[in-house]
Write a protein that binds this ligand. Structure first.
Ligand SMILES: [Zn+2]
Length: 120
C-alpha cells in the first residue's frame, strides 16, 4: 500500500471521493477508465484525467491509450499513453482492416496500477 498525497494537486476531491477511490484502488493491479470513474465518483471526465495524471506522475500507475474500432465492442489494441497516437495507416489487429483516418478509431485512456494506492 502506498499513499498518494493529494493536497494542492487534487483540491476538488472530497473525503467521500477519496474513500471511493481508496475502495477502487485498494487492491493491486486495478484498472480504471475515466468515463466509468467519473460516473462512480460523480465528477467531470477532465477531473478524472487529472487524477490519472497525478497517479502516473508519482509512478503509481501506467496509463494506456485504448484503441477502439467499429468491429469490436471492446478495445482492439492498447499502447502506452506516452507514445501518443497510433501511426497511420493503422491496421486493426482484430479485423485486419487498414485505417487511414483517425475518425475511424475511437480512443480512450485507461490507467493500470501495480500496487494498492491510498488517497490521503
Ligand atoms: Zn477492426
Amino acid at each position: 500500500m502506498t499513499r498518494l498525497v493529494c493536497e494542492d494537486r487534487l483540491t476538488f476531491l472530497s473525503g467521500r471521493h477519496k474513500s471511493l477511490l481508496n475502495e477502487h484502488f485498494s487492491k493491486p493491479l486495478q484498472t480504471a477508465q475515466p468515463r466509468e470513474l467519473a460516473i462512480k465518483l460523480g465528477i467531470e471526465y477532465s477531473q478524472v484525467i487529472a487524477i490519472l495524471a497525478v497517479l502516473a506522475a508519482d509512478g503509481y500507475c501506467r496509463n494506456w491509450l485504448l484503441i477502439y474500432h467499429n468491429c469490436s465492442e471492446t478495445f482492439v489494441d492498447r499502447v502506452p499513453l506516452r507514445e501518443g497516437m497510433p501511426k497511420l495507416p493503422y491496421v486493426c489487429p482484430y479485423c485486419e482492416v487498414t485505417i487511414y483516418n483517425y475518425d475511424e478509431l475511437k480512443l480512450d485512456v485507461m490507467a493500470e496500477t501495480e500496487i494498492s494506492v491510498e488517497f490521503v
